[in-house]
Design a binder for this molecule. Structure first.
Ligand code: ZN
Length: 209
């Protein structure tokens, strides 16, 4: 097996990706702090992820928007909104909101937990599966703000004074917070830790014992 950059005391800069000697405290090209792996990667990933789950609960239980129509105020949660759109026969909108706001954040938490467990060696995942799960978290991340955008657009569009108005509810803040926390969690995770683990456990690696 060929030796990894880490075994050759080389590290790639996190900012400019220049590969240089790990003994350098800073990247010789851009001056960024140099470290072989993201420091405390798994702890930070789990900390942000768990805080994200805490925000996921009020994001789904509290009202995401408050609709005032002819003097009556009606609060609706994310799932309530999905049901309303479904009843209005706006199926694509209902499905999009459900996938983006309920399914994707949930999946992302599970995926990050699985990756952390794989990097820690708690579970055995084939390298191809780890790669796919990591790619999935990167891919879905950019779609998870859809709900906040839907509320933002509705708030901007529907302001008919006393006839009808839409205001964002408390859950919108919790939802935004949850999206930011899952982004930080995914960013804190260093995927190379998975390959390090697989390398260490590989029978063809002479240094594995
Ligand atoms: Zn650099």
């Amino acid at each position: 097996m060929t030796r990894s950059a880490l075994e050759l005391d080389l590290a790639a800069c996190h900012s400019c990706h220049k590969v240089s000697d790990i003994k350098n405290p800073e990247c010789p090209r851009c001056g960024a702090h140099l470290h072989a792996r993201k420091p405390a990667s798994i702890s930070r990933c789990l900390a942000f992820g768990l805080t994200g789950i805490l925000a996921y609960i009020p994001a789904n239980l509290l009202p995401i928007m408050v609709v005032t129509q002819l003097g009556t105020r009606e609060k609706s949660t994310i799932l309530g909104g999905v049901a309303t759109f479904w009843e209005m026969k706006a199926y694509p909108v209902a499905i999009t909101i459900f996938i983006a706001s309920v399914m994707i954040p949930g999946l992302k938490f599970v995926a990050l937990a699985v990756l952390c467990a794989a990097a820690k060696g708690k579970i055995n995942l084939p390298p191809q599966s780890s790669n796919k799960i990591y790619y999935l978290t990167e891919l879905v991340g950019r779609w998870s703000m859809v709900d906040v955008f839907v509320v933002a657009i509705l708030v901007g569009l529907i302001q008919l004074g006393n006839l009808m108005s839409i205001e964002p509810g408390t859950a919108a803040i919790a939802f935004g917070l949850m999206v930011i926390l899952t982004m930080l969690s995914a960013h804190a995770f260093d995927p190379r830790l998975i390959w390090d683990r697989i390398r260490k456990e590989s029978p063809t690696n002479p240094s594995s014992k």
